[in-house]
Write a protein that binds this ligand. Structure first.
Ligand SMILES: C[S@@+](CC[C@H](N)C(=O)[O-])C[C@H]1O[C@@H](n2cnc3c(N)ncnc32)[C@H](O)[C@@H]1O
Ligand code: SF4
Length: 334
């Protein structure tokens, strides 16, 4: 097992780099090798965000709540690694830091499996211990979903306590500084909606002085669809289908994270291997259809705009850069 994460090490030929190079070559040869895996370790959540399709008042999903077991997690990571994957997002339709074994799981991914890890959280469970683990094991990026600047708006949207969440973020920032670590990249995200729209300019300017990145996301109003203008550019095959494996805590593989109700049933990774499903008839049918310009089934693909999202504008403010697409606006500190 590797000891502590070395934030400044620059060893060129790490196995990760080799895997990533092999993946690029394989793709040029027409092979569908995944780069990342979004693995839902739990779909439980302690917040009830208004806009959330999984736990909000108008939730779309009625999936049973549960947790992935550590042994199954390890096995899936081993398979993913063998397939050439390098980036793990241990998150899905819930709050990953509620999983009782989250610390062990982060360490398995980075130290045992040599994977890069990034995830989002509602920030309500940032203890000293978990912050130490995040810093020790070298999580690459962590996004805090904070959907308001004002504590009352925050409580109205999420049901949570903004002061407590900010305390956790401040602690992570302080510990990272004390240890002179560059990573994880710390990001704050807000989903733009009627309740917080007026607060967004102030939200961005306050948070960009504290964290590395601030992201304003468009509200999704149904699976795969935002309220934004329809895209004018010519539709292209979706990267999700070739880049990222999506697996839920109960082993169900779905086509992508836009499948809120889990209707695309690719198969179950506890019954078939990850590779068999990723390269199997269901995923290949979706890929082939999109290559031929057929945007459904599954039905969610027809209305989806998640295939877009490339950077459309870049503005340099000197100390920070803002990039924007139809789906997100991102401010990054230089
Ligand atoms: C479903 S949450 C799961 C991870 C974690 N519980 C969190 O809140 O960050 C993943 C991300 O989806 C965002 N999200 C939730 N509902 C959304 C919606 N209707 N449209 C766009 N993004 C949404 C959340 O703000 C969060 O950044
Ligand atoms: S914290 Fe995340 S998973 Fe929980 S209700 Fe809010 S958006 Fe949904």
């Amino acid at each position: 097992m590797r000891a502590l994460y070395q934030p400044w090490s620059d060893d060129f030929l790490t196995t990760k780099r080799i895997r990533s190079f092999q993946t690029r070559v394989a793709r040029i040869m027409g092979e569908s090798r995944p780069v990342s895996m979004q693995l839902e370790i739990t779909n439980a959540c302690n917040f009830r965000c208004l806009m959330c399709p999984f736990h909000g008042p108008e939730k779309a999903s009625n999936r049973p709540i549960g947790c992935l077991q550590v042994a199954d997690y390890r096995s899936l990571l081993e398979q993913f690694r063998e397939m050439g994957g390098t980036f793990l997002i241990p998150q899905g339709a819930g709050e990953s830091f509620l999983h009782p074994d989250i610390g062990e799981m982060l360490t398995i991914a980075t130290a045992d499996m040599d994977l890069d890890v990034g995830l989002n959280t509602n920030g309500s469970h940032m203890s000293d211990e978990i912050i130490r683990t995040i810093l020790d094991c070298g999580v690459k990026e962590i996004g805090f979903s904070i959907d308001a600047l004002d504590p009352e708006t925050f409580h109205r949207i999420t049901g949570g306590d903004l002061a407590q969440v900010e305390e956790g973020i401040d602690l992570l920032i302080a510990r990272r500084r004390e240890r002179r670590q560059r990573l994880p990249l710390i990001r704050v995200l807000i989903v733009e909606q009627a309740e917080n729209r007026e607060e967004i300019p102030e939200f961005v300017s306050r948070w960009i002085s504290r964290v590395d990145e601030v992201v304003v996301q468009a509200l999704r109003v149904e699976a795969g669809r935002t309220l934004g203008e329809r895209r004018k550019e010519k539709r292209r095959p979706c990267r999700h289908l070739i880049d990222t494996i999506f697996v839920q805590w109960d082993g169900q593989m779905v086509v992508c994270c836009e499948d809120w109700e889990s209707v695309t049933g690719v198969g179950n990774v506890f019954e078939s291997s990850l590779r068999e499903l990723w390269l199997g008839p269901v995923m290949n049918a979706y890929r082939d259809a999109q290559r031929r310009g057929i945007w459904a089934p599954p039905e969610i693909c027809r209305r989806c705009d998640a295939w877009a999202g490339g950077v459309e504008t870049t503005i340099d403010f000197g100390d920070r850069v803002q990039t924007a697409s139809a789906l997100t606006r991102v401010w990054r500190r230089k």
